[in-house]
Design a protein around this ligand. Structure first.
Ligand code: TRP
Length: 332
């Protein structure tokens, strides 16, 4: 029996940090082991916000190298750039005819931008381009092109996957056959919030992130910036309220966690020491990945070649879908 298809898109919008690693990258790579996985870099989605060619190219390569360094194996799955699969754009045009404008008006991301404008006293659509408005249609094409069963995404993208499912169902209904597989979002609820340097959720918008694959020295420097209270070395400390301990747990074995927990409560361990321990365990965890990342980034043309190869595999499936649809709608 063939395996179910799992697909997700990764938008090249910044340098990944350890919140992305534990929240998205690691779980998606785990999931890929049990599915026919298709993961791609959503570069056309990024063009809506990034208007700098060199930057987009750089972010795309860095993202590809990051995922491969974290364990994505392009030989056992499809890994490609959205822009290398032109069938995506033909399917987008087809889907436009089956997507109601009202559905786009109700999309959270678009609504949030409108609300922001309204609150600021600006025109409701200020700074909103059509790419942003029709974002869910392109995303639906990404998904529906590949007979996708499940789509691992963050909570913020759940509605977009539901829109893709709606559009697929409406098209299937109109032509009276199962032309498109109806996808389902999978939200990794279990992943706990990864705290940033200041104790809030790690997020680029809070400027509190620890980027992945920093050289050891820089990593140490940034770990030392984690905010603590002013308790003295000898004072007992509460591990449950410490951002340092919260991050430490992500990397430590059960025994290591128990031992650190104990030492926090006993007192005699200063924050500086706790940070040093955190740095060491993080550095040990990421060093092999960082080495792989650095090696990949040394030869960008190799990264490009891997993505191109992935796109070729992807297009075999994508072109079948487009052919099936063209045929069904009377354009063949
Ligand atoms: N919109 C997603 C994000 O911002 C990226 C994305 C594009 C995607 N196409 C997709 C995710 C298809 C899942 C499936 O994170």
């Amino acid at each position: 029996m063939s395996r179910k298809v799992c697909l997700t898109g990764i938008k090249p919008s910044g340098i990944p940090h350890i919140g992305n690693y534990f929240g998205a990258i690691k779980p998606a790579i785990e999931l890929a082991k049990n599915y026919d996985a298709r993961y791609f870099i959503a570069d056309y989605h990024a063009v809506n916000t990034i208007k700098d060619a060199a930057l987009l190219k750089e972010l795309t390569r860095k993202l590809a190298a990051t995922w491969m360094a974290c364990g994505l194996d392009p030989d056992t799955m499809m890994f490609y750039r959205q822009s290398d699969v032109p069938e995506t754009f033909e399917l987008t045009t087809i889907l436009m005819a089956f997507t109601s404008k009202g559905l786009m008006n109700r999309a959270h991301a678009y609504k949030a931008s409108v609300q922001e404008n309204t609150l600021a006293g600006n025109d409701p659509d200020a700074g909103i381009n059509m790419g942003l408005f029709t974002y869910p249609v392109l995303m639906a094409a990404d998904i529906l092109l590949f007979n996708t069963n499940i789509v691992p995404v963050g909570k913020d993208q759940k509605q977009h996957v539901e829109i893709a499912a709606d559009v697929a169902q409406s098209l299937n209904h109109i032509y009276g056959k199962d032309l498109l597989t109806v996808p389902e979002p999978v939200i990794s609820e279990t992943t706990q919030v990864i705290v940033g340097l200041d104790g809030r959720k790690m997020s680029k918008s809070y400027d509190n992130v620890i980027p992945l694959f920093l050289p050891s020295k820089k990593l140490r420097k940034i770990v030392m910036k984690i905010v603590t209270n002013s308790q003295e070395i000898e004072e007992p400390k509460n591990p449950e309220t410490s951002h340092i301990f919260s991050l430490y747990k992500l990397f430590a074995t059960e025994e290591e966690q128990a031992s650190a927990h104990e030492r926090y409560l006993t007192g005699g361990m200063g924050w500086g020491h706790a940070k040093q321990e955190l740095f060491e365990i993080m550095d040990a965890h990421f060093t092999p990945m960082r080495e792989k990342y650095d090696m990949l980034m040394e030869d960008p043309s190799h990264i490009d070649a891997i993505l191109k190869e992935g796109a070729e595999k992807a297009r075999t499936i994508a072109s079948e879908t487009v052919k099936r649809l063209r045929n069904a709608i009377g354009i063949d």
